[in-house]
Each structure stands twice: as structure tokens, then as C-alpha cells.
Design a protein around this ligand. Sequence first.
Ligand SMILES: [Ca+2]
Length: 315
Amino acid sequence: MGRKRRTKHRLTAGRAPEAAAPSRLSRAWVAAAVLVALAAASVLLWRSPSASQASPGEPVSAASAAAPAAAAPAVTAAAPEPDVRLRRVEVLRELSHERDAYTQGLVWWDGVLFESTGREGESTLRRLDPRTGRVEQRIDIPPQYFGEGLALVDRRLIMLTWRAQRAFSYDRDSFELLDTYRYRGEGWGLCHDGERLIMSDGSDRLTFRDPVTFEPIGEQRVRLRGQPLHELNELECVEGAVYANVWQTDFIVRIDPESGRVTDYIDAAGLLQGPDLLGAEVLNGIAWDPEADTFYITGKWWPKMFEVRFVEDGR
Ligand SMILES: [Ca+2]
């Protein structure tokens, strides 16, 4: 993957005024020490697991997949600002998830789940029974394409590809290919808020698109505590907000798409345990069931899917 790693959340201590009195200098050193501590916490919070150089298409070992869970305590230590709510996942139910599903997109609609999966030669579009996780319908995507995010617009399922700069539109019921759209850049996550499509590309940018023409109609940069939040991946539009899981972490953020501000920070670490981690890759896939007001969460090659709620973190 040719994408450059980005420097994230760099904090600079800044110089103390040269003519400052000793007491002011002391305060400056204390402030500098606090900033250094914050920077260290930020590095802990945002460091990638051992698979940091892997692309979304490269398998990651179970140990790597488990790494974000081990890093979870750093989140608490990072002490988010009061305006970012820290929440956790309450598991309501577990259901099975096909182990060959390298999940890239997940959408709930009228009692069914639609899922897109990735990797060249293995990408698929599926319909699942959310009561059991069983695959009820499936088509293969042409092998040269690496499937990515998925959104439903009326009767059309729109599926991104990672680097081919094409999105495919499929009939919701028959999975017949209806149309192909072209776009620039990478395709990661996609959701439909009822009026527009919202798309991520692995950066901190959300691009708004016309749901009929797929043309860009605006964009928003996402910030967590004032800092750019990169590697936004699978998306879910929920009542005016956008939920995104962040690539290579077990964290989900709730974003206000109008301001770009992260309002909620959800720790989803530890969903998979023990043998279920074997061969499993990162968390990816988030869908909202508006009837039950619950979320479905899974990951790449995860053997399970979880129906959950996001609740206040009482820790
Ligand atoms: Ca989704």
C-alpha cells in the first residue's frame, strides 16, 4: 500500500518567554511537562498496533488483532475533554459471522443486513439474516476489484472499491448490477443520511456526495479534541450523526458531520475473546437497526457479530 503514514496529534511545548520572571519560568516548565505528558498519552492512544504497516488488504495475525484491546487502558488515561463523551459497548446478543467475510461495509434495512467484503478475488455482496447471521444471498464482485464500504439508497446498494476509483450500484433485491460511478481517490466507508451519501477515504475527510449522480457536493474534516482524526473507515449514518470505526483500532467515534467534531468516543475493545481471535483481523462493520435502536458490529474474518448498545462508560 503506497499510502504514507501520517503524523498524528503532534503536540509542541512551545518556548517560554525569554524575559519571564523565575516564577513564570517555573510555570512554563510545569506547563511544558504537562504538554509532554499529554503528548505521551496521545502517542499511547493513537499508536497503531504491530500491524501498522499493513494495508487493509493484508492479513494481520490474531496477536495483532488482539493488540488494540491491550492498548485500551490508554484511552482512559488520555482523559478526553468534557465535551467528548466516553462510552462503551453493551453486548445484547452474539450471532455467527462467516469467517470468510473480510467485512468492509454493513447496512441494516427492514429486518435484513447487507454486507460488503473486500480483497481482490474474494470481494462479495451479501444479504444476511440478522437473527442468525446466516448468508441468504451472495454475489461475487469481479476479481480485479477490492470491495469496500456499502450504503443503501432507496432500492440501490452502492458499494465502493478501495483503489479502483469505481463504485457499483446493485439492485437491493436481485443484486443485479445497475450502474457504475467513477470517483477520485480511495474508497473506504460509505453511508446514506437520507439526503446525501457520506464517504471516507482513509484520511480525516468525509466527502458528501449526491446519492443519484455520486458527484461530490461538499466535504468535512473530522477532529477529535481539535486534532485531525485520520483513518476513518466503515461509516453509519444515524439520525444526523455519523458513526465511524477507526482503522486498526477498536474504537468507534460519533461525528457531527456539520462541524466535523467528534462528540462521542466508544471503546469497543474486547468483543472477541480467546479462540475467536485466531485468524481474526480488525474491527470493521457497523450497522444501525432503527427499529430496535441497536447497532450490529463485526470485523474482518471475525467468527461473530454482535448486537450492541452504546452506553455511558461508568469506569
Ligand atoms: Ca455501515
